[in-house]
Design a protein around this ligand. Sequence first.
Ligand code: FES
Length: 347
Amino acid sequence: MSSENNSPFMGFLLKHDQDAWWSVVHKLASSVHQVDRDATQIWFYFWPLWLRGMLQEAAGRKKLFEELEVKGDPDLARQIDSSHAFVYGHRYWPQVKVAVAEHAASQGAPESLDLTDQIRSVASQVAASTKVDESLLIGITAIGFMTLQQVGADAFKAAEGKLHISDWARKRSPQNILSHRAKNDGGGLFAYLKGLRKDYTITFNEGFKTAKFKLIEGVQLTQAAMTDQADHPYADSRCEPGDGPLPTECRSAACGTCWIGVLGGNDRLSAVNPLEQRRIARFAYIDTEEARPLIRLACKAHAKGNVTVVVPPWNAVAGNYLQGKDIAIGGHAASADEQPVVDPRRH
Ligand code: FES
């Protein structure tokens, strides 16, 4: 093992479990720019520490994957640069990655034994050097530290630090993105007076201009996605030809394939029904009684307006696995604008 993996900071970082991390995320939430407040939490739901632990269970890993019905790519080590492409702060990833790696390699005693302070400190350094508002860097810096903990200093440092969004997306301002998320279609007054069915826009990847499809009111997201006939299996092997950009299998809350994070328009989605609430906890994605959480099953969610979502690159049915290890999903809060729940519920 390299000296960087053994640095005092890495020793300190590795002591943080999932509950400690959720506490850090909630403490930082009010300092994160609105454009990334929910996105940062969604990233932490997509990449829990238990997932890394499961990948490291070398013995019987193949059997375990079959038991938990793991599909897609759950290995963060292969996605160090890309896992957070939906976070606005991703635009500053090259600089954040270098600063986090340098912090990790430092052999001196940390100035503070509070991880929140250390994340703020690194974000502040990058803000000074890039002349970017610190609020746009705190979320991506926290993600950088969690990625470092999961993949180790050597793999983290070895990643190229590349961006995974289009040139079009790179030029967008936070305000432009927020106003796009707030915008609503629906046919306007003419459609209303004519009694026409309204159709809305579902954006499934903010990093690319054409990554959207239309949804007619009353239709589930997965059904609406089928109108998009682009070659999505090429980008994500879980997508079946003809099913569109949202990976789907059962369409009945049974398989967990269709989970998504909601970046915008959450209040335009139908409330979670008891089946979706039960199943989404059984999959180990989120465990909450909130009516409109940040994580949803696209096969159960209907929209009454434009919605912006993000698709995680893996899925599993891991609730029993976590229960066997007495691990809580934790962290749940419907939106970073709401008061965080400090004491995570075990399921
Ligand atoms: S497609 Fe199976 S849970 Fe939604």
